[in-house]
Ligand binder design. Structure first.
Ligand SMILES: Cc1cc2nc3c(=O)[nH]c(=O)nc-3n(C[C@H](O)[C@H](O)[C@H](O)COP(=O)(O)O)c2cc1C
Length: 359
């Protein structure tokens, strides 16, 4: 995910159980031009863990060269983005716009397939279709697989939907039904909790689930799902001390790996994510914008968590003034987690005077 799945974010998710992570989508043109920004985002995962590099474009030679570059940095998978709905991407007839040109899309897959060693899978992520009148996911996926794609990820929205409405499961199920059994299909869209994960698997028959927004600030979702997949008991949401430790780990990775000019922004974002749902989190996020150096953001975070620990707050407490936290709580309510903490908080009327989340 652009501006999300950098090395620090991916590392934290991997350490908590994500089976495979993908880089941000990277323009093949920019990579082959040697653009430092794009090259800098092709970070291999730490510890030799496998990872996918996602590229986008519509020019076969650029995609082929970008794919070879991805393999050179150690990518285990080269994924081609045919799902991005952003105007800046579709205006160049890339991303989801390729769903309107299935022949070209298949030719691009064949070119990339030929450009990388045979043990490196070439995979594609696409949407349900361009719009309601062209829901072509199943035929599209079939033709990509015919051209050499080894795995298909389907986001159950159309390009016209952007990120609005909800992701549908039928297009994902139709792709699963259309492809040979040995081609994994990954379902994607709106999975933010155990119930949505189980529904995605049950109703589409998909082989794996890709989680995007639901992991932002909640990498523990991977731990829960991995445990359930192994038949173990759900370890549940993190206690406060653990939340603090993972925030620290994430922040440390930002300090070590993020480009210097991005560090302040990334640290603010990280603190915003991990303070979400905690009492005083909304004020903390506002304070994050008043300080102008990375050390000060780290100090704010340490003081925030120390304050909660000193007050004996050892569980997640939903901040009623924080709209994001409310939505997290609603999702938790469905699978029975966090409800107790929220209800206790609401009963006490904690922090009702807080300003809404500024992040
Ligand atoms: C900020 C942001 C950046 C994204 N960047 C990418 C990207 O680079 N590549 C990609 O395949 N999808 C990208 N997506 C789409 C997500 O991967 C995913 O398909 C979509 O958000 C639906 O899944 P979710 O509900 O689990 O987030 C992005 C989404 C968001 C919100």
């Amino acid at each position: 995910m652009e501006a999300v799945t950098d090395l620090p974010f991916r590392t934290v998710c991997e350490e908590l159980g994500a089976a495979l992570t993908f880089t941000e989508f990277l323009s093949a043109e920019a990579l082959t031009r040697g653009a430092a920004k794009a090259l800098g985002r092709m970070w291999p995962s730490l510890g030799g863990r496998r990872f996918a590099v996602q590229i986008f474009g519509r020019e076969p030679h650029a995609l082929a060269r970008a794919a070879a570059m991805a393999v050179d940095v150690g990518a285990s998978i080269v994924d081609i983005n045919m799902g991005c709905p952003a105007k800046k991407v579709t205006a160049g007839a890339c991303g989801s716009a390729l769903m309107r040109e299935p022949e070209l899309a298949a030719a691009l897959v064949a070119t990339v397939r030929a450009a990388v060693p045979s043990h490196i899978p070439v995979t594609v992520k696409h949407r349900a279709g361009w719009d309601e009148s062209s829901l072509n996911a199943a035929e599209f996926a079939r033709s990509l697989v015919g051209a050499g794609a080894a795995m298909i990820t389907v986001h159950g929205r159309t390009r016209a939907q952007g990120f609005s409405g909800s992701a549908r499961l039928e297009p994902i199920a139709s792709v699963r039904a259309a492809l040979p059994r040995d081609i994994p299909v990954v379902g994607n869209g709106d999975v933010k909790d155990v119930a949505a994960y189980q529904r995605m698997k049950r109703e589409t028959g998909c082989d794996a689930v890709m989680i995007g927004r639901g992991s932002m600030g909640n990498p523990w979702l991977f731990r829960t799902l991995a445990a359930l997949e192994r038949g173990e008991i759900d370890p549940g949401p993190p206690a406060l001390g653990e939340r603090r430790a993972v925030w620290r780990r994430h922040a440390q990775l930002v300090c070590e790996h993020s480009p210097e000019k991005m560090r302040l922004h990334e640290l603010r974002k990280t603190l915003a994510w991990y303070s979400r749902g905690l009492r005083g989190g909304a004020i903390l996020r506002q304070q994050g914008f008043t300080v102008a150096d990375p050390r000060a953001v780290l100090d704010l975070g340490e003081a925030f968590f120390a304050g909660l620990e000193a007050a004996g707050d050892v569980t997640l407490v939903v901040d009623p003034a924080d709209p994001i936290a409310k939505s997290v709580a609603r999702n938790g309510r469905r699978d029975g987690t966090r409800v107790e903490a929220q209800e206790r908080s609401e009963a006490r009327g904690d922090d009702r005077g807080e300003a809404p989340c500024a992040a």
